[in-house]
Structure formats: C-alpha cells, structure tokens
Design a protein around this ligand. Structure first.
Ligand code: SF4
Length: 60
C-alpha cells in the first residue's frame, strides 16, 4: 500500500526545523490554470495512506 512518503510531492521536514516531527513532511504541489502557476503546500505525515489521494505520483 502506497503512502505519502513514496509520493514525489512529499518533502520531509529536516531535523531542527521549527515544525519537525518524526515522519512529518510537507506536501508541495505545483498547480496551474489559465492565469498562471502557484504552489499548494500542506503538512502531511509520511505514513498517511495515499490510496484515496488523486494527486499521488510515485517518487522515482
Ligand atoms: S497528500 Fe497526496 S499529493 Fe500530497 S504527498 Fe500525500 S499522496 Fe502525495
């Protein structure tokens, strides 16, 4: 079963950062529409299941 830590949008929070917690990361994705591009970011846990996430993309 895939989880967020296997997704290319998952970026682990480095130890020492204010919001560090074991296994925690940020989900950062680029979005685009007719007017331009922007980034969406939200905190996620690496062990969260990604089965129901339509944006999951396997990390290479
Ligand atoms: S929430 Fe979805 S897009 Fe974000 S890291 Fe998890 S599986 Fe990937």
């Amino acid at each position: 079963m895939a989880n967020c830590s296997q997704c290319k949008s998952f970026f682990a929070i480095p130890e020492g950062a204010d919001d560090f917690a074991p296994g925690k990361g940020d989900c950062v994705r680029q979005e685009q529409d007719a007017k331009g591009k922007w980034y969406e970011s939200k905190p996620v846990m690496g062990d969260m299941t990604s089965d129901k996430c339509p944006k999951f993309a396997q990390k290479k």
